[in-house]
Design a protein around this ligand. Sequence first.
Ligand code: HEC
Length: 151
Amino acid sequence: MKFFTAIPKTRLLVTLFASLFALLSLNVSSAEEDKRVLVKMPDMMRDHQLANMRDHLKALNEILMNMGEGKLDKAAEIAEARLGMSSLSLHGASHIAKVIPKEMGAIGTSMHKAASRFALKAQEGDPLPAYKALQEVTAACVNCHASFKTR
Ligand code: HEC
């Protein structure tokens, strides 16, 4: 008790606000800091890749819609054709592989493999393990987006 009354109230308040402010600004600066590696590629290739990306998200949305309706076979079909190993030529993977860092390519491959694994799981007909397998696909999206940018 004696200790607290010994510190002037205003000083205590100032210290409190100063620490709060420091904490907040720390948070803001870490959110703004962009540590992603910039991968340069020809404009046409980048536009093509971004169009593929938009289709990835569209495919994911269609997969979730079919999963929710219990149409696991349809979800599997979309995943294999648009995100899975069968989609590699569709995405011009062999061209893009030449201009991107190895690590980025590896994450891409892990996404295609995860999508094919999901397709197999979904075909087994049990939704829960299928959802679990689908999360391995989205983990690859998150992983790559956290590490690389093209513009
Ligand atoms: C191997 C790396 C990689 C993987 C895997 C990946 N992306 Fe991307 N994606 C990128 C990069 C790089 C960009 C461009 C980001 C930038 O430059 O700002 C991008 C951009 C996007 C965009 C924005 C497109 C636009 O027109 O601006 C969407 C949507 C997207 N990704 C969805 C997905 C989804 C969904 C998945 C997973 C199913 C996925 N991506 C997997 C690398 C990846």
